[in-house]
Design a binder for this molecule. Structure first.
Ligand code: 5GP
Ligand code: ZN
Length: 219
């Protein structure tokens, strides 16, 4: 298994329960990340055998394929947003107002918009993936998870080591094509939400992330 561990989902998605494989079709398999680095962390796995072994930067040079992947990633993001709304939406005053308005059956234009949870989800790849099969992360921005145990876990989603799917195709001279793995993953911690700096103090970062999570989910 090891670095090839994602291959089994692509080969036989139908053999997994729905708390492992979110959904699948001929071309893609969506799964829950087994070691989630946020309160919600999914992976989209393209099944195209000519692409699944490629580095994402190379796979996404194919414009047609990139478009196809992006479309599917955004569908998964919509699903993920609905999941966040279910998990956290009830706590938000805005959502309560929306629910109350729904019960009162008002004209659609009177409905408060509700929180746009899609904005709270990042979609992208790691400049140096650790798993061999092509995969795109669809991950809530909170980075609040007990599985986030190492500095590289945080920094791989909080520095240019994480390359958003929106940024493809990368320019020829994009510095992220030549990632200084050590550089990005060893850089000082910066809170994703408020920008506070934590140097190399991981425990303090973790405590801060918990406080930020509590505020963020209720916003
Ligand atoms: P990478 O760093 O390669 O972009 O991310 C690979 C992701 O795959 C990581 O977030 C890791 O937690 C996840 N992962 C590793 N092995 C497995 C596995 O066997 N099953 C699932 N569902 N996720 C895995
Ligand atoms: Zn902060």
């Amino acid at each position: 298994n090891g670095r090839d561990g994602l291959g089994a989902y692509i080969a036989e998605p139908e053999t997994y329960p729905s708390n492992v494989v979110v959904n699948h079709n001929e071309d893609f398999v969506a799964i829950y990340d087994m070691f989630p680095k946020s309160s919600l962390h999914l992976l989209l796995l393209p099944r195209d055998p000519t692409k699944t072994r490629l580095h994402p930067f190379d796979a996404f040079e194919d414009a047609e394929f990139l478009t196809k992947v992006r479309t599917e990633v955004y569908k998964l993001r919509t699903l993920a947003a609905a999941e966040l709304r279910r998990k956290y939406g009830k706590d938000s005053a805005q959502e309560q107002a929306r629910q109350a308005a729904l019960i009162a059956d008002p004209a659609p234009e009177e409905l408060p918009a509700g929180r746009d949870w899609e904005k709270e989800i990042m979609c992208g790849v790691h400049a140096v993936p650790s798993m061999n099969h092509l995969h795109v992360h669809v991950i809530a921005v909170d980075r609040y998870s007990e599985r986030l145990k190492h500095r590289k876990h945080y920094n791989s989603f909080a520095t240019p080591f994480f390359v958003p799917i929106e940024d493809f195709p990368l320019a020829e001279d994009d510095v992220r094509r030549h990632p200084t793995r050590e550089g990005y993953l060893k850089s000082d911690f910066v809170c994703w939400r408020c920008g506070e700096k934590f140097g190399n103090k991981f425990t303090q970062l973790k405590e801060h992330l918990e406080r930020e999570f509590e505020e963020w989910r209720r916003l």
